[in-house]
Design a protein around this ligand. Structure first.
Ligand SMILES: Nc1nc2c(c(=O)[nH]1)N[C@H]1C(S)=C(S)[C@@H](COP(=O)(O)OP(=O)(O)OC[C@H]3O[C@@H](n4cnc5c(=O)[nH]c(N)nc54)[C@H](O)[C@@H]3O)O[C@H]1N2
Ligand SMILES: Nc1nc2c(c(=O)[nH]1)N[C@H]1C(S)=C(S)[C@@H](COP(=O)(O)OP(=O)(O)OC[C@H]3O[C@@H](n4cnc5c(=O)[nH]c(N)nc54)[C@H](O)[C@@H]3O)O[C@H]1N2
Ligand code: SF4
Ligand SMILES: [Mo]
Length: 744
């Protein structure tokens, strides 16, 4: 109501921590965002990004109506006109060249919206293209692959039980600034401090002395891309010193002996020569992990976006298994989210990749997608199946993916492009049509992805905090209408048709799965609550989920109504062991030595004695960044330039570079210039440049970001450097040459 000030609660959708926000709303504008002190999980924590929730939602550069490209300008049009332009552009390409001619790229914010969780699958199914790409292959795909092989499901990702562990070994993660990833732990810094306060320790392995490393009990500097050697050195030591103890896991693990054999080559001495961590330190880590009452090894970006990403991700879990810390309190555990159910029994089909291959480079499909590192190949290479049209949903691959200079040029050569995105940015400037979803304040929120990765089970649903924008369009509707268009229902199809169809199909599955409940899909339909299509689908998932009310069978169980009555979330308790039920491998065990991984160990062994590069590039994240897309919020970019090339004083002296001087940085893929920041935070031989910058391209509409452009580090990363098992890009450990810009 005009003139009214009120408080509303909402989960922050900006990172994986899933904090509760307390919003102050005056005159239907968000005037403040604070941490929700009563939130069951985040207990008042908020970071600088969450605090800008209002500014972000109300950013004047945010698009609220669709855009259509006319020449080199984008002009606002009605929704009907935008969908008609899509039909006119996409229709002929689909008819003439078939579904493979249309590629899709799904970006990171899709895992932070309900539309992404619910409405992408139908769209991709309707389209029927195999040219599907996502931010997963510049991020966590190696972890999915290792989990797929070990546990039979790529989504069975164990998270460190940070609230109960005695010893946490962190590799390639900086949760003090990233707030955690593949481990939803609001106030990660506070949880780490609590770990230390109760007498526990945490150790950080990182080529940079990050803020996490600064607070750690120990910081181990490691040469980029070499954690697999370190971890294999630990595995070797555990076997050599008879420290292997599976604990409660004994009887649920196969392949143990083979892992011991594979580890033989990786003595701590040889591992040390490869990774730069002294052999005695490697042995010490192994002994500490074995001796600790509970311990957890946790790896993230620095273990995934590297040459041996899948092997490293696997070895993280191997160490957890060998020390008896998998699926055990204080170790790493499998969460159980409220919208999911435990499996009826262990054992399943297992995990496979390579059911089809990419046209140009012959790369295997993984989880139904191809590596984004080969997207430009598919657009540029003529022939049958060439990509001619492109759809992006919540992605900015021109800044986020390797050799993005090449991808940027490739996008310019497309016949047609559609972007579902609230900004006209480096990627969407290429789109013929941009469909902007309403801002986060006007949509409901439930974390389908991150509640399944939380270090404590909990559930929260936030309804929209502001009324719908009458002329705007909700993202579920945008995607549903696109799906209907692709399936031949025309540009004017009513999204409600798909919403109802999806709900009916879900209810039919529920009715078929529990025939004894005596309820038909129609009877269940009458019981479903929710004002919005996403709410109704969520209600069904919650009620049939692990803690659900079973549509009345357990009256005190969860439902949408119950979550609406608990705006600060519902705590569902500490993580509980899930083995064997969680295991969906063919054998029903943890298959510790899967053949594809064992085969890849050969490649790792081959790299043991390889000479080291002079200088390699790594990335970094800053507390006030969010990949590429929040640099338009003034509060998040003020202060000194953050897009600097960090370099150790020894390298700076060797290369005759002074602090603040512009350096020319060259790799196989490209060249950029950035100011040097001389600092001993990075180890010698390593330089660091953050990703997500480079906002100086023409045709964008992000005034604040353009005033703080920085340079795009992914001009330097190489699209031909990928982890072969997952197709994930190598974004850390890029060989570079650095010179003073003025003298080159
Ligand atoms: N060198 C290097 N490169 C990296 C990384 C690295 O560490 N180093 N990290 C990688 C990682 S982990 C990731 S996840 C990727 C991210 O890669 P992307 O997902 O491609 O990029 P983002 O910067 O997250 O851009 C998100 C886009 O979504 C839009 N958006 C924001 N909110 C919404 C919404 O609610 N709906 C819709 N439809 N759109 C929305 C934004 O405007 C923006 O265009 O970058 C990767 N790239
Ligand atoms: N503030 C902020 N928070 C974010 C994001 C953001 O952009 N900004 N992005 C979000 C996203 S999409 C993600 S995926 C997460 C990522 O979450 P994290 O993985 O915690 O974030 P990073 O800061 O990329 O941490 C990776 C660390 O690995 C180190 N590293 C690089 N190469 C190696 C190596 O070879 N070995 C080892 N051991 N370490 C290495 C880097 O120095 C860096 O400190 O963060 C999320 N949260
Ligand atoms: S840590 Fe993440 S979820 Fe929490 S307030 Fe910050 S951006 Fe939002
Ligand atoms: Mo990410």
């Amino acid at each position: 109501m005009p003139g009214e000030t009120r408080t509303a609660y909402r989960t922050c959708p900006l990172c994986e921590a899933a904090c509760g926000l307390e919003l102050t709303i005056a005159d239907e504008r968000i005037v403040a965002a604070r941490g929700d002190a009563d939130h069951v999980f985040s207990r008042g924590f908020v970071c600088p990004k969450g605090a800008t929730f209002g500014q972000l939602s109300q950013d004047p550069d945010r698009l609220r109506r669709p855009l259509v490209r006319r020449g080199d300008r984008h002009v606002e049009v009605s929704w009907d006109e935008a969908y008609r332009a899509i039909e006119a552009g996409l229709g002929p390409i689909l008819r003439q060249h078939g579904p493979q001619s249309v590629a899709v790229y799904l970006g990171n914010p899709n895992v932070h919206t309900m539309a992404g969780g619910l409405y992408l699958s139908p769209l991709l199914r309707a389209l029927g293209s195999r040219n599907i790409f996502s931010a997963s292959t510049v991020d966590q795909m190696p972890k999915h692959v290792s989990s797929g092989y070990l546990y039979g499901s790529p989504l069975a990702i164990p998270v460190p039980d940070v609230d109960r562990t005695d010893l946490l070994l962190v590799l390639g993660a900086n949760p003090w600034e990233s707030n955690g990833s593949l481990a939803t732990a609001a106030d990660f810094p506070g949880r780490l401090k609590a770990l230390q306060a109760r007498g526990g320790r945490f150790v950080v392995v990182d080529p940079r002395r990050t803020r996490t490393a600064e607070h750690a009990d120990d910081h181990v500097a490691i040469r980029p891309g070499t954690d697999a050697f370190l971890l294999f050195g630990i595995v070797h030591t555990l076997f050599a010193e008879h420290l292997v103890d599976l604990g409660a896991l004994a009887g649920h693990v196969t392949g143990l002996g083979q892992v011991g054999e594979l580890a033989q080559a990786f003595t701590p001495e040889r591992a040390a020569a490869a990774c730069g961590v002294p052999a005695e330190r490697i042995r010490g880590l192994a002994r500490d992990l074995a001796a600790a009452t509970t311990a957890a090894v946790y790896g993230r970006i620095g273990t995934c976006t590297v040459e041996f990403g899948t092997l490293t991700s696997w070895l993280v879990d191997v160490v957890n298994v060998l020390t008896g810390n998998l699926d055990s309190p204080g170790g790493v555990m499998f969460p159980l989210a409220a919208h999911l159910r435990p499996h009826a029994r262990s054992g399943g089909k297992g995990f496979t990749v390579g059911r089809w291959h990419s046209r140009v480079r012959g790369l295997p499909e993984v989880k139904g997608e191809f590596p984004v590192a080969t997207l430009a190949d598919e657009i540029e290479t003529p022939g049958d199946g060439q990509v001619r049209a492109f759809v992006t949903v919540a992605g900015n691959p021109v800044l986020s993916t390797p050799n993005s200079g090449r991808l940027d040029r490739a996008l310019g050569g497309l016949d047609f492009m559609v972007s579902v995105d609230p900004y006209l940015n480096e990627t969407t400037r290429h789109a013929d049509v941009v469909l902007p979803p309403t801002d986060a304040a006007r949509k409901g929120h439930y974390d389908f992805s991150f509640l399944a990765l939380a270090v404590r089970n909990f559930a929260a649903y936030s309804p929209p905090v502001l009324p719908a924008d009458a002329g705007g369009m909700d993202e579920c509707d945008i995607l549903a209408r696109l799906t209907l268009l692709v399936t031949g229902h025309g540009a004017d199809a009513d999204p409600a048709a798909l919403h109802e169809q999806m709900l009916q199909q879900t209810l039919q599955r529920v009715a078929a799965a529990a025939p004894n409940s005596g309820r038909t899909a129609e009877e269940l339909r009458a019981m479903v609550d929710g004002e919005h299509p996403a709410e109704r689908l969520l209600d069904v998932a919650l009620r049939t989920g692990a803690y659900g009310d079973g549509f009345g069978a357990r009256p005190d169980g969860l439902s949408l109504t119950r979550l609406l009555a608990h705006p600060h979330g519902v705590d569902l308790g500490p993580l509980r062991p899930r083995i064997p039920e969680v295991l969906q491998t063919p054998s029903g065990t943890v298959e510790l030595c899967p053949a594809p991984l064992a085969a890849d160990v050969e490649r790792l062994r081959g790299a043991l004695d390889r000479p080291h590069e002079d200088l390699v590039l790594i990335g970094r994240r800053h507390l006030r960044s969010n990949n590429s897309w929040m640099h338009n919020v003034p509060a998040l970019v003020k202060g000194r330039d953050r897009c600097t090339l960090q370099m150790h004083p020894v390298d700076a002296a060797r290369l005759a570079l002074a602090d603040g001087e512009d350096a020319r940085i060259a790799s196989r893929a490209g060249v950029v210039s950035a100011p040097v920041e001389v600092t001993d935070r990075v180890m010698p031989g390593v330089v660091s440049l953050p990703h997500g910058w480079g906002h100086d391209l023409p045709g964008t509409r992000m005034a604040v970001a353009a005033a703080h452009p920085g340079v795009n580090s992914n001009v330097l990363t190489d699209e031909f450097a990928i982890d072969p098992l997952s197709g994930n890009s190598v974004l850390n450990g890029i060989p570079v040459e650095v010179k003073p810009a003025a003298r080159s």
